[in-house]
Design a protein around this ligand. Structure first.
Ligand code: 4AD
Ligand code: MG
Length: 461
């Protein structure tokens, strides 16, 4: 069989030829002596039109085919200039591989995203989700391409770990102990020493700390894998299981880190615009009008940069009422982030140098002793897309910071070794892959860019 993608891309080669295509029926229309099928095989966003006539021995069966049926069609591919579709296939044979009864939920009409979430196993067959998940696949490839072309080493970091990188206590516990009858220690507390891992283990919230060990060996590295956060917050931007891209670069500072993030985001935008033109045109027409022009603009202009302290001033004096109060030291909420990027700067913007109190232990303390060399990249429509920082390479400062936060040295002995043995300036960031897909497609709910989302109350499929 030939992929429908090839029929569209190599139309001249196939025209006038007998071809065989295999796919799923999107629509069937028939009259007494002939009919039309829109056939989609998943290799291309567009379908092909099949024409069938009553010379077919199974004409009656074909005319009654349900939406969703799997068929194999052989026929002559002919050009149809002046018509909606550039060519069609005149069927000489149609074999039904799998029929599809009329209770099939995806009939030819518009279904709400809420409804489609309940049939996540079928929704990749719709136009919207076919486009979303192809873009997701292409964006993943573009990310690897970006880093590999720059000679970054792809590091696989563990998913089960004892450390809490972000210190936010949002970890899922992993244990082999029987919760009904756990072994107890002399103090009557659960004795995790008897667990498979010998101590409390969790699903990772970030691969960063392990990536740092690789950066101290390979200079430029990245991770790209699943991360887990037991976030109870039920928002359109948070999932309990999401993918993160985390580069880590040695002999580099915050400026280098920001440049890398900006280059990477622009690279992925350009790659997707170039390699998924049909899907992007669909988003532009049906999901988010104007997204094409907006992304093209983002890819060709500099991102903004603003100090946290100045951002707080902007928010305090903008005259807008926020739900959460703004003051120096406050953590920026989504409403603040979106105001800054959507209404004030009107483009992607890095907010840098946050108060140390609202950031993680590993971030480099600035000379003022109050702020850290952190950066968050905010983008219109999403808010925070990237969080990163220069890392504290000074062992004494790091130890002091860990003591302030109550982190135990013995839990991080290997991480501290990186500062003892040839420690150097280094920096990195984490980009939330799902948020990037939302940004690229205009989809407004994270549940609609993950094949099988894990959010509060969602673990079917
Ligand atoms: O800002 P975060 O928490 O940073 C880190 O984890 C660092 N260790 C990264 C690093 O420097 N290597 O998370 C990074 C990004 C956020 O900017 C956001 O895009 C995404 O991960 N993210 C989530 N995406 C979906 N659902 C969630 N619950 C997310 N939490 C964070
Ligand atoms: Mg963050």
């Amino acid at each position: 069989t030939v992929a429908i993608r090839h029929l569209y891309h190599d139309t001249d080669k196939y025209q006038g030829q007998i071809v065989t295509v295999a796919g799923w029926v999107r629509t069937v229309r028939d009259s007494k002596t002939f009919g039309f099928i829109e056939l989609n095989d998943g290799t291309f966003f567009k379908s092909v039109q099949i024409v069938f006539e009553d010379q077919l021995e199974n004409f009656k069966e074909i005319a009654k085919l349900g939406v969703g049926a799997a068929i194999i069609v052989t026929g002559n591919m002919i050009l149809t200039p002046g018509q909606k579709q550039p060519f069609e296939i005149k069927a000489t044979e149609i074999v039904v591989e799998g029929s599809c009864p009329s209770e099939y939920p995806l009939q030819k009409k518009r279904h709400s995203f809420e409804f489609l979430r309940q049939i996540a196993h079928l929704r990749p067959r719709t136009n919207t989700f076919s486009a979303v998940f192809r873009v997701r696949s292409l964006a993943a490839y573009a990310i690897h391409k970006f880093f590999q072309e720059r000679n970054f080493v792809y590091a696989h970091t563990p998913l089960i770990t004892a450390s809490d990188c972000e210190g936010a206590g949002e970890m899922f516990r992993v244990t082999t102990l029987d919760p009904k009858n756990p072994p107890l220690d002399e103090n009557g507390e659960v004795n995790y020493k008897e667990d498979f891992f010998g101590k409390m283990a969790n699903l990772t919230v970030s691969g960063q700390l392990s990536a740092e060990t690789f950066a101290m060996a390979f200079r430029d590295v990245y991770t790209f894998g699943p991360t887990f956060r037991a976030e109870k917050s039920n928002t359109p931007r948070h999932a309990a299981e999401f993918w993160m891209i985390e580069p880590e670069i040695a002999f580099a500072d915050l400026k280098d880190d920001m440049r890398l993030a900006e280059d990477m985001v622009k690279f992925v935008i350009n790659y997707v615009l170039e390699n998924a033109p049909e899907e992007m045109a669909f988003f532009n027409q049906f999901v988010d009008k104007g997204i094409l022009e907006r992304l093209q603009g983002v890819a060709s202009a500099d991102f903004g940069v603003v100090d946290y302290t100045e951002a707080v001033e902007i928010l305090k004096t903008c005259g807008k009422e926020f739900e959460y109060p703004v003051y120096w030291g406050c953590d920026l909420q989504t409403e603040h982030e979106r105001f800054l990027t959507e209404e004030h700067f009107k483009k992607p913007v890095f907010v840098i140098n946050y108060p140390k109190e609202i950031k993680a232990f590993y971030m480099k303390l600035n000379e003022d002793g109050k702020t850290v060399a952190a950066m968050d990249l905010l983008v219109p429509g999403i808010g925070e897309l990237v969080g990163g920082s220069q890392r504290e390479e000074n062992l004494d400062v790091l130890l002091e910071r860990m003591a302030e936060l109550g982190l135990k040295e013995e839990d991080y002995w290997w991480y501290l070794d990186l500062r003892r043995f040839g420690g150097t300036r280094h920096a990195g960031f984490g980009l939330g892959f799902e948020r990037l897909i939302m940004y690229l497609t205009g989809m407004t709910n994270i549940r609609d860019v993950i094949p099988f989302p894990r959010t509060t109350g969602q673990a079917d499929f």
